[in-house]
Design a protein around this ligand. Structure first.
Ligand SMILES: *Cc1c(COP(=O)(O)O)cnc(C)c1O
Length: 337
């Protein structure tokens, strides 16, 4: 048996999703004429209580467009040191927006208003102008750790008081909502921008949407064109995203249960030195032997997983990991290998 726990991006479209893609109504989206894209953008915006949305090829693009929309060159943004926008977007903050980054040391990637406030630069020609705070929910490098809206509210209030924009990298926002029980529609009250990935746990083959007010999205269309992300009959892809929003959100809870089961099984393994609490669909664990050796042994049993540090491995649950595969992994973990 092969169990692919490397990433929630490895999923393949389901038959229902393929059917929705096959029958999508499309047009030239650069002319604003793709019905399926317009439908997805409106639906996603409404879901999060935002005015408008823009469909993009990737979450990297939605984040980079957001940063470009919310800053001017020479500005500075604040984010946790684990942030995807900083670590995994190729230095795009500096390249695309000419912006510097102030990094904080959050707990599992979660930062607070108290941590942010002293890092906001005073008005002084020596200092970059702080103009944006970026949060990630769930936090990828934090092992799927979550902010509750209760934790976000004081950060939003601080940003408002100091005239800063607040952006959410919500690549896995639906996982956070499934865990916290917060309502998606309330998010629009606190964030100026939200990126939502459709190709992670939601299982669409491609795509992410950036949500904000109408003015910001109008400008975002200009930036997307410059970044080379203006697509034409991409409604075939958007239809997969709409299908995912309709059919794959509820089931994320299943991935979280699977993550719990694997975390418990790992905690019993003598070759595992620590397991991070599995709040959502990611399980991070530390290994006694080098992670490269352990992941090789796992691979010999058909279990694919990525080392994320010298002694750390990540398991990621998603819609193509079925209960019998989770049982199989537990069985492998419980026997010596
Ligand atoms: C995956 C991911 C993204 C977007 O990545 P793409 O591969 O460009 O779609 C953004 N933020 C986080 C936290 C992610 O995990």
């Amino acid at each position: 048996m092969i169990v692919d726990l490397r990433s929630d991006t490895v999923t393949k479209p389901t038959p229902g999703m393929l059917e929705a893609m096959w029958s999508a109504k499309v047009g030239d989206d650069v002319f604003g004429e793709d019905e399926s894209i317009n439908e997805l953008e409106a639906k996603a915006a409404k879901t999060f209580g935002m005015e408008a949305g823009i469909f993009c090829p990737s979450g990297t693009m939605t984040n980079q467009i957001a940063i470009k929309c919310f800053t001017q060159p020479l500005d500075e943004l604040i984010a946790d040191q684990t942030a995807h926008v900083y670590r995994y977007e190729g230095g795009g903050i500096a390249f695309n927006s000419g912006v510097s980054t102030r990094l904080l040391n959050g707990y599992r990637g979660i930062i607070t208003a108290e941590m942010i406030e002293p890092e906001i630069n005073a008005e002084n020609i020596h200092f970059p102008r702080t103009s944006l705070v970026v949060l990630e929910n769930t936090v990828n490098k934090g092992g799927g750790s979550c902010y509750t809206l209760g934790q976000i509210k004081p950060i939003a209030a601080l940003c408002k008081a100091k005239g800063l924009k607040l952006h959410l990298d919500g690549a896995r926002i639906f996982n956070a909502l499934a865990h916290t029980g917060d309502k998606a529609a309330d998010y629009g009250k606190y964030f100026d921008g939200i990126s939502v990935c459709l190709s992670k746990g939601l299982g669409a083959p491609v795509g992410s949407v950036f949500l904000a007010d109408r003015e910001t999205i109008k400008y975002a269309r200009r930036i997307r064109k410059v970044f080379g992300g203006g697509m034409r009959q991409a409604g075939f892809l958007a239809a997969a995203g709409t299908y995912a929003l309709d059919h794959h959100v509820e089931r994320l809870k299943v991935d979280h249960v699977h993550a719990q089961i694997l975390a418990e099984a790992l905690a019993k393994c003598p070759w595992v030195s620590a397991v991070m609490p599995a709040e959502t669909n990611l399980v991070l664990f530390d290994t006694v032997e080098p992670a490269a050796i352990v992941s090789q042994k796992l691979a010999e049993h058909g279990i694919k997983a990525l080392p994320t540090a010298a002694n750390r491995i990540r398991f990621v649950l998603h819609l193509d990991v079925h209960p019998e595969q989770v049982e199989y992994v537990v069985k492998v973990l419980s026997t010596e290998f």
